[in-house]
Design a protein around this ligand. Structure first.
Ligand code: PLP
Length: 295
């Protein structure tokens, strides 16, 4: 029989079926919490510190006082080990909510401890998508104006992503005021005149860890990056497009709604960036070579 997965809740490691959260948790009532997802490449986390910095910023953004940062790396590592994910590609999910308190809009008193929940799970590589590219749709960005906070309040994202699924698409690009912001759970990069365009860091997007890494890689590869949003009406002038994310890594987009991007195949700039990204993840962390060029 398959052993059940171990999770971490508050002060304890325990089987997932034994992990219970009070219905009075503010996460349940108000989605009053934040989260992170970190990818482990055969036991090695990618950009752990950057994820911790973003978690700190998200917590500060929603005014949750949380002081257990020093323990997080050990808890995540132990969950990877105990769930036999050390030789796999895996994800670790960390969620912190404001804690358990009687339901009222105002914050509870300072003696309420935030709820900390962490779990580890297999995170397989989207190899075929990374090789062939994917089709996406676009929709209005109906989210709040603090998208830089990695909040667990994801109802707009899930509603829009469901539309993508029902349309047989891989993701949904979001449009606010006529410009692409990001996607439901990834950032967007578009190539025009050989340069990479991406929405600037602001309250309208999540500062993606993969996005930041890609911007650095572009600089090392002498690919220009312009942090400026692309207008939805300019989609026909886009040569290449790709999405970035911890789970998606770098996935080429070959069709947006009914518009074919470039020649309908992943383009050369995307390929170059994928290659550089796979070097610092699969090759350097996991010791595995990943190839995406199927020609
Ligand atoms: N944008 C949104 C809305 C996301 O939810 C995510 C990841 O979940 C990203 C972008 C990509 O961020 P990262 O590269 O840190 O995973």
């Amino acid at each position: 029989m398959k052993s059940s997965s171990k999770v971490y809740l508050n002060q304890q490691f325990l089987p997932k079926e034994k992990a219970f959260i009070s219905p009075e948790d503010r996460g349940f009532y108000f989605a009053d919490g934040v989260y992170e997802v970190i990818k482990y490449y055969k036991g090695y986390p990618f950009c752990f510190d950057a994820h911790m910095t973003r978690l700190r910023n998200s917590l500060a953004g929603v005014r949750i006082s949380f002081n257990r940062f020093d323990e997080l790396a050990d808890i995540c590592d132990r969950l990877i080990e105990e769930n036999r994910l050390i030789s796999e590609y895996a994800g670790v999910y960390i969620q912190v909510t404001r804690g358990v308190a009687a339901r009222t809009h105002s914050f509870p008193s300072n003696d309420v401890t935030p709820t900390l929940y962490i779990r580890a799970f297999p995170m397989p590589t989207f190899l075929s998508e990374m090789r062939n590219g994917v089709r996406v749709i676009s929709r209005d960005d109906i989210r709040w104006l603090r998208c830089n906070i990695k909040s667990i309040a994801l109802l707009p994202n899930t509603l829009i992503f469901q539309e993508a699924m029902e349309a047989g698409a891989f993701e949904c690009l979001l449009i606010r005021d006529g410009k692409f912001t990001e996607a439901t759970h990834s950032n967007i990069m578009m190539v025009r005149n050989g340069m990479v365009f991406t929405h600037p860091d602001s309250n309208l997007i999540l500062p993606g860890i993969t996005r930041t890494k890609v911007i650095k890689l572009c600089s090392a590869l002498s690919v220009g990056v312009i942090e400026k949003p692309v207008k939805a009406d300019d989609i026909n002038s886009i040569e290449e497009c790709f999405i970035t994310g911890t789970g998606s890594e770098i996935i080429p987009v070959v069709m947006v709604d009914n518009t074919v991007i470039g020649n309908g195949k992943p383009g050369p700039v995307t390929r170059m960036i994928q290659k550089a990204f796979f070097k610092i993840t699969y090759e350097e962390l996991a010791g595995e070579k990943i190839t995406v060029n199927n020609d």
